[in-house]
Write a protein that binds this ligand. Structure first.
Ligand code: GLN
Length: 456
């Protein structure tokens, strides 16, 4: 009831949720009764979780922020949601996002604009802006987002919460509305590293319904927090940390850079050996990402034909039924991505764009591998700026895309990354949060969580 009151009081200004569950008190009551009867309840019993609206839930609509899926109610839960419910979590509602995850501000939702809880005139980041704002404003304890090119990490930074992008394949994508399948992962938000790691543990693991989900064993991430010994003065002694040189350079807000230097010094105090490391292919990641993500999305979005899902235009002729349903159902950013992707994949341009971008992807993977052979973790800002004003970049897609420079490379390489608050800059009425990103080797979320927990 406390959380429901909190939602009632904050939601008119924030607009984090697209749908709220009607069954929250019933579900909570069931858990109470189980506890009274001494029956087993899961590790997340009674924990309120927000779920991004591109993740399928059987008891609520799942629109992915798009008119084309307005009113669509999937007949199943995504695997991550099923696992959450099995752990006792209560899905409180579905959070707002840029349509199909395409955007960095949540202004691209077909339904509403979510505000940043630190300053209501600013964006919460995106595309998982609703999930980040909801945790930041304590409308729920933790939330799920998705991260194709930074959509968990950048809003975590803008809203001053913890955001985790798992290794590609760590969490099943079954029931996640596909944007760019080789990059998409479901990720976690929390207000502490311990909450975020506990959530990750609940949703991770192999799933036969997602052929790309990994069979690797899932360590109990939560145990890292219980066994931590805080009496030691240098708990991270000898840990090699590489600050990615290209990310603390021109084009990045000086205040953001100084917060990252601050985070690096804090890591040094904790015993880390901090050096600078270069990722020569870093700046190539952004154009390669936008080519690949648009190409994959143009193919993935062909399923919205007005027949199988969602809204259908009125027409007696099949081709115009497809065309009109898509014309009415997709927003302008989505249409632009489909056009870019179709162009990049077309016969005459494939070698110049798609193939080239795949080659860059290999370079990015190799340069991360080299840097992670020399270092345990790499650090960078999570975004080149703090949260900016609603409307500021809405009509300037290239400026918005440029804001993804810190995050997209990690998706191209499939690596895990954790974003943590590391400072504040002037702005709003109480300052605006800055986040920093720690990148680890594939499937080594545990190290990131341990370091993050000690850092915070
Ligand atoms: N802003 C990026 C894009 O628009 C990343 C989005 C995401 O991670 N879903 O593609």
């Amino acid at each position: 009831e406390t959380y429901l009151t909190r939602i009632r009081l904050t939601e008119p200004q924030l607009k984090s949720f697209l749908h709220l569950s009607d069954n929250v008190l019933r579900d909570a009551g069931e858990i109470d009764r189980k506890i009274e009867r001494n029956e087993e309840v899961g590790p997340l019993a009674g924990v309120f979780v927000g779920v991004k609206d591109n993740i399928c839930t059987a008891d609520m609509p799942s629109t992915a922020g798009s008119r084309i899926l307005e009113g669509y109610r999937p007949p199943f839960d995504a695997t991550a949601v099923r696992k959450l419910r099995e752990s006792g979590a209560i899905v409180v509602g579905k959070t707002n996002l840029d349509e199909f995850g395409m955007g960095s501000t949540t202004e691209g939702s077909a339904y509403q604009v979510t505000a940043n809880p630190w300053d209501l005139s600013r964006v919460p980041g995106g595309s998982s802006g609703g999930s980040a704002a909801a945790v930041s404003a304590r409308q729920c304890v933790v939330s799920l987002g998705s991260d194709t090119g930074g959509s968990v990490r950048q809003p975590a930074s803008f809203c001053g919460v913890v955001g985790l992008k798992p290794t590609y394949g760590r969490v099943s994508r079954f029931g996640l509305v596909a944007y760019a399948s080789s990059l998409d992962v479901i990720g976690c938000f929390g207000s502490s590293v311990a909450d975020t790691g506990t959530l990750l543990y609940a949703i991770s693991g192999h799933d036969k319904l997602d052929a790309t989900s990994s069979k690797r064993e899932v360590p109990n991430f939560a145990s890292a927090f219980i066994t931590q010994d805080f009496s030691e003065s240098k708990p991270l002694k000898g840990l090699r940390v590489g600050v990615i040189r290209e990310t603390i350079d021109s084009g990045v807000d000086p205040e953001v850079i100084s917060s990252i230097h601050g985070a690096a010094s804090h890591l040094e105090e904790l015993g880390c050996i901090v050096t600078e490391v270069s990722l020569p292919s870093f700046s190539l990641g952004l154009p390669a990402y936008y080519i690949l993500a648009s190409s994959e999305s143009s193919s993935n979005l062909s399923r919205y034909d007005g027949i199988r899902y969602g809204n259908q235009a009125v027409s007696d002729e099949l081709a115009s039924l497809y065309g009109d349903s898509r014309a009415q159902g997709f927003g302008s950013e989505v249409k632009m991505r489909i056009l870019m992707g179709t162009y990049a994949l077309s016969a005459g341009y494939y070698d110049a764009y798609y193939k080239r971008a795949q080659q860059v992807r290999t370079l990015v993977q190799k340069s991360f591998k080299a840097a992670l052979d020399e270092n345990d973790i790499l650090i960078s800002p999570a975004a080149p700026s703090v949260a900016y004003k609603i409307g500021e970049k809405k009509n300037d897609p290239l400026a918005m895309y440029a804001g993804d420079i810190m995050t997209v490379n990690v998706n191209l390489a499939g690596l895990p990354a954790l974003v943590l608050p590391c400072g504040f800059v002037e702005g709003g009425s109480a300052g605006l949060p800055v986040g920093f990103q720690m990148i680890g080797a594939a499937f080594d979320e545990e190290k990131l969580l341990k370091v993050g927990h000690i850092f915070e």
